[in-house]
Design a protein around this ligand. Sequence first.
Ligand SMILES: Cc1cc2nc3c(=O)[nH]c(=O)nc-3n(C[C@H](O)[C@H](O)[C@H](O)COP(=O)(O)OP(=O)(O)OC[C@H]3O[C@@H](n4cnc5c(N)ncnc54)[C@H](O)[C@@H]3O)c2cc1C
Length: 427
Amino acid sequence: MSRFLSRSCPRWLLPRTLAPRAIRSYASTSTPEFDWQDPLGSKNLLTEEELAVSETAERYCQEQLLPRVLQAYRDENYDPLILREMGELGLLGATIEGYGCAGVSTVAGGLITRAVERVDSGYRSAMSVQSSLVMGPIADFGTAEQKERYLPQMVQGKLLGAFGLTEPNHGSDPGSMETTAREHPTKKGYYLLSGAKTWITNSPIADVLLVWAKLQATGKIRGFLVDRRDCPTGTLETPAIKNKNGLRASITGMIQLDDCPVPHENMFPEVEGLRGPFTCLNSARYGIALGTMGALEDCIEMARTYALERKQFKNNPIAKYQLVQKKLADAATDAAYGTLVAIQVGRLKDQGKATPEMISMIKRQNCDKALQNARVLQEIFGGNAVSDEYGIGRHVANLFVTQTYEGQSDIHSLILGRAITGLQAFV
Ligand SMILES: Cc1cc2nc3c(=O)[nH]c(=O)nc-3n(C[C@H](O)[C@H](O)[C@H](O)COP(=O)(O)OP(=O)(O)OC[C@H]3O[C@@H](n4cnc5c(N)ncnc54)[C@H](O)[C@@H]3O)c2cc1C
């Protein structure tokens, strides 16, 4: 019997059926080894299903996405077939129940985003918009007809979605949006949508665009499923925004609506005000919190490999120098902490115990830490950091965007500050 067991865990305290086996296995356990890729053993918190989902996603991303990303980033090109491939593997809308969706846990959904973002935040953004920002709200707020019409196609990546909240003049403050929906003056049962949305992921390739607009009759924000197939020419335009310096492997554009007729039955029936968009953003922000840990882990792995191979001063690998080791230690610590907190909040979310402030906290912290550490790890590559072939510069540029969209970090500070003090500092 080990010293630990004999001193601190008398046999009578162990459940009777477990006692003999538990004691034997404790006694035979050798000293655990530190795993720099999972420093705090987060894998131990995952179920078998979550581990299987994670492995499937990681394999697909490393084998199918990684070889494409460099050229896609250079060309600022997104291949919509990627969403088809993800659909075939069950990676889209994975936390939704029914309609062909996998119905896995929140944590498993986050592990998918982590695997995708390990390759590129742009690929993860395209997937998150499809899964959390369009399929999610349809599942949460849609009518039975809306669910039947869109979800079975979207889960396969055969119909692509976009989420239009941000406007040219209203980003952090979407409550002031100017896009409106008014009753069609002549066509009964239709609204006319007018306005402009900008910085919209997937908009140029989307078949169904979830547009948030103020209903003219009430002044309240409502969600509308704008189906491109039904829009008369000239009423919906979705020009791409080109020459981005981040998230270049995803496609971003505008949504321009000019008296676009949308049937009443394409409006979400119940949800009103900012609760609609913010509920969807909550799920997507959770995915970003675990996703950015994938990007950071990739930076750590690349920087470690580089530091072990690169030799300076008396033929020493630069990994031997303390300043370089501190950069790796800081980054590995933040990635490990960020992963654990995301698992904790994911568990609470599935138990109905997660608050929006918790999601704000982990989205803000993980995005900030991923960006800060990636910028520091970039230094390890010296001049080579400037070459896109080393990949680290791409992650740094992407991580700036993750810190900015879905609530810029300072806006999440204000959300947390309001919750802590009871005083709101937005205006
Ligand atoms: C590549 C990319 C993809 C995107 N995809 C989507 C998408 O699919 N759908 C969508 O709807 N949007 C999308 N966005 C938009 C994104 O969500 C917004 O850019 C973000 O919300 C910030 O809004 P803004 O750019 O208008 O900045 P602003 O709101 O103008 O903010 C500028 C700065 O001012 C700060 N600030 C603002 N108000 C305050 C305040 N009260 N106190 C202190 N500081 C403040 C902000 O924190 C920020 O640092 C995307 C953006 C990018 C870059």
